[in-house]
Design a protein around this ligand. Structure first.
Ligand code: GLY
Length: 408
């Protein structure tokens, strides 16, 4: 009896140990399997192949239409080569990135064809000339060194600095004498997005040896740094100035949820813009600002957990609000560059964002989504425009991220 009592618990204990060890082993095996699956589900090379498949179909359609695709509207492609459109440089820019990623001359031919459609817009009266011409002709010049790109880049830069006002210290964003902007009572609105047009000016100073372009860019960045940011390092969308005295009139939004909310793409534009300003000037205040914006974005609970933000960090009905993939791709690309000047944590986050965007939830199968790469972006909710659709600029910054990641 004594013998039986002591032996019985021993066998039970042994059995428990075997079960625990077995569970641990099988847990480890599962983790390994999951990790292998994750690694398998995202490789840059696979994403390049997938991008080529989609864009081959999109280019075929664009050739037939002789036009530039921007988005999808009621399941049909929204074409934009019909006067100036701020997004018209992204499609040729994406084709330049696919060329860079594949080295296939076919993509270069297509990029040249579609950027040429925009050539006459280089004199447009718009703050967005930097988006249009840097993304297309700027990439073209970077990759081919072809002299003919210079005309487009220099003409566009001259038109862009023509919108600079010494008293304000910024390039003017929207004109206020027509359209919905006329209703807002603004005099000299400057939007955070405008930080993205400065890269063209820095490049044109390098191209021409003339400081006037970069001087405007630096003044614009300095004023934006002083006036656009809140205590928590989020930014207002629109800051309006008195066009004669340069005095600040109001801080508002146009595409965000509220004047005091953080429109997700606006935060991404600011992050990208100040990172670029640091690239060209090495001014520490720009790097500090870029890091502050990055930390603000990374501290958002949705970004921290799911990588892709809602369209506005303060949208009222989260989690029942649309996500904005365009904000995620711009953020990822900017974080990759920022990580080269700062903490590696920014690179880890960028990789994680791109990995999420490369899953079936966000990355479209060929023949769907109008053959754009990414689903689920937002143009402007307050304007009821482009909600939960593909956008050519979301694709552009995704491809730019692949280029940047592969270079690392
Ligand atoms: N720059 C316009 C936008 O981000 O919607």
């Amino acid at each position: 009896m004594k013998f039986k009592q002591s032996k019985h618990p021993f066998y039970i204990l042994l059995l428990i140990c075997i079960v625990i060890v077995g569970c641990i082993q099988s847990g480890k095996a599962n983790q390994k399997k999951q990790k292998l699956q994750q690694e398998k589900s995202f490789t840059i090379e696979d994403q390049i192949l997938a991008a080529e498949k989609n864009y081959k179909l999109l280019v075929n359609n664009a050739r037939k239409a002789n036009n530039i695709p921007r988005s999808l509207e009621k399941n049909a492609i929204k074409w934009i080569h019909n006067g100036f459109d701020w997004t018209e440089g992204f499609f040729p820019g994406s084709l330049w990135y696919i060329y860079e990623l594949t080295n296939n001359e076919k993509w270069k031919k297509e990029a040249l064809y579609f950027q040429e459609l925009n050539f006459d817009d280089r004199f447009a009266s718009s703050h967005d000339l930097g988006f249009v011409f840097q993304c297309s002709y700027g990439n073209s010049f970077r990759l081919t060194k072809a002299e003919q790109n210079k005309t487009a880049l220099i003409d566009a830069s001259n038109a862009l600095i023509g919108r600079f006002n010494e008293a304000v210290g910024c390039i003017k964003s929207w004109d206020v004498d027509s359209g919905w902007q006329q209703q807002r009572g603004w005099q000299y609105p400057v939007i955070i997005d405008n930080m993205m047009n400065l890269e063209l000016l820095f490049e044109t100073s390098l191209l021409t040896g003339e400081d006037k372009y970069k001087d405007v860019a630096i003044s614009h960045a300095n004023t934006t740094l002083k006036k656009h940011f809140r205590e928590d390092n989020s930014s207002y969308h629109v800051v309006d100035y008195d066009s004669i005295t340069g005095v600040l009139r109001s801080k508002q939004t146009a595409q965000g949820h509220a004047h005091n909310s953080s429109w997700a793409r606006g935060q991404a534009w600011g992050l990208y813009g100040f990172t670029v300003c640091y690239r060209y000037t090495k001014k520490p205040e720009y790097l500090t600002q870029a890091k502050k914006i990055a930390d603000y974005i990374l501290s958002n609970s949705t970004v921290a957990k799911e990588n892709i933000p809602y369209w506005d960090y303060n949208a009222p009905n989260i989690p029942n609000e649309p996500k904005d993939v365009s904000a995620a791709t711009i953020t990822a690309s900017a974080l990759i560059e920022l990580s080269q000047y700062a903490d590696k944590k920014y690179l880890d986050k960028a990789k994680s964002i791109i990995e999420t965007l490369s899953t079936d939830e966000y990355f479209a199968k060929p023949g769907t989504n109008g053959n754009f790469l990414l689903k689920h972006s937002v143009g402007s909710i307050p304007h009821g425009a482009e909600i939960d659709v593909p956008l050519n600029y979301a694709d552009y910054y995704y491809l730019e991220s692949l280029v940047r990641l592969r270079k690392l």
